[in-house]
Write a protein that binds this ligand. Structure first.
Ligand SMILES: Cc1cc2nc3c(=O)[nH]c(=O)nc-3n(C[C@H](O)[C@H](O)[C@H](O)COP(=O)(O)OP(=O)(O)OC[C@H]3O[C@@H](n4cnc5c(N)ncnc54)[C@H](O)[C@@H]3O)c2cc1C
Ligand code: FES
Length: 267
């Protein structure tokens, strides 16, 4: 584990903050990879890298949901955290094709660096982001700027209609397919029910698919088994899984996960 000092803390949404730090290894990670973040005296939790920057900087973006993430939210620039990693696989980079990216909540953390990398490769992106309300549309401006330089398209969907389409983001995606739009790849990260729906659309319209999964993690190096989904360990075999792999574990994906005590809970 390496200790790093926070160089910047940015509020992204009412309960979501980004934490930037200098770390060469993390800054060179691939979109989709994650780190184990140690919050001194509290806990160690997995977080996607939300910024990968050529100046040696990286960042994580955390929603305050419990003990560790609330403690992280109380930290300021100059505070010290620990990082292990980067771990896990990464999104496959499809060159010069037409892709759909669908994200919601803190799932957008790993999708923002993906969009940045894909635009450099000349990939045409339709990015759909969803939230309950406008303030939950993370990285809306950052992703919009990246896409506008590369003739990409950003479609926002909010459940209350406060911004973009008044719709579930999966409904907005389905509409594009039903209008006859073709894509060479779907990438998704966010609430598991959303990703399940996107997997079904990928099957129906015969599009290759990748989703980033979250499971409870302890070791992050394939030893403890707490992150298992079927025959896979999310920390080592994932966190990115193909549609084919997820169909093999469809009795678990979108249905249940194990908690810190190993018991199954509904997703
Ligand atoms: C690969 C990966 C990448 C992740 N990336 C992000 C990210 O970019 N931003 C973000 O905000 N969150 C991310 N998470 C989820 C994050 O790790 C948990 O929200 C965090 O561990 C909660 O810790 P806590 O002590 O604050 O909450 P707790 O009090 O422990 O729990 C609060 C809630 O979070 C869930 N949770 C707790 N620990 C985990 C865990 N290790 N994995 C998944 N869910 C958990 C619990 O089931 C509970 O519903 C990621 C998880 C994984 C596995
Ligand atoms: S977290 Fe220990 S095996 Fe994945």
């Amino acid at each position: 584990m390496r200790t790093v000092k926070l160089i910047r803390v940015t509020a992204e949404a009412p309960a979501v903050k980004s934490f930037a730090f200098n770390d060469e290894l993390c800054s060179k990670a691939e979109p989709g990879q994650f780190v184990m973040v140690w919050i001194p005296g509290v806990d160690e939790v997995p977080m996607s890298l939300s910024l990968l920057n050529s100046r040696g900087q990286a960042a994580i973006t955390a929603e305050g949901v419990g003990e560790a993430t609330e403690a992280l939210h109380n930290m300021k620039a100059g505070y010290t955290i620990g990082v292990r990693g980067p771990f896990g696989n990464n999104y496959t980079i499809s060159r010069a094709s037409k892709v759909m990216i669908v994200g919601g909540g803190t799932g957008l953390a790993s999708l923002a660096p993906l969009a940045e990398k894909l635009t450099k490769e000349g990939t045409k992106i339709t990015f759909l982001m969803g939230a309950k309300t406008k303030s939950g549309l993370l990285f809306h401006v950052r992703i919009g700027n990246v896409l506008s330089k590369a003739k990409g398209r950003l479609i926002a969907a909010t459940e209350d209609g406060s911004y973009g389409q008044r719709s579930l983001v999966t409904k907005s995606a389905e509409k594009l397919f039903k209008q006859g739009e073709k894509f060479n790849m779907i990438y998704t990260c966010g609430p598991e029910k959303m990703m399940v729906k996107m997997l079904h659309l990928a099957q129906e319209f015969h599009v290759p698919f990748e989703a980033s999964l979250e499971r409870f993690m302890r070791c992050a190096i394939g030893l403890c088994g707490t992150c298992a989904i079927g025959k896979y360990r999310v920390c080592q075999d994932g966190p990115i899984f193909s549609g084919q792999q997820l169909l093999e574990v469809e009795d678990e994906f979108g249905c249940w996960r194990r908690g810190s005590d190993g018991r199954k809970t509904k997703v």
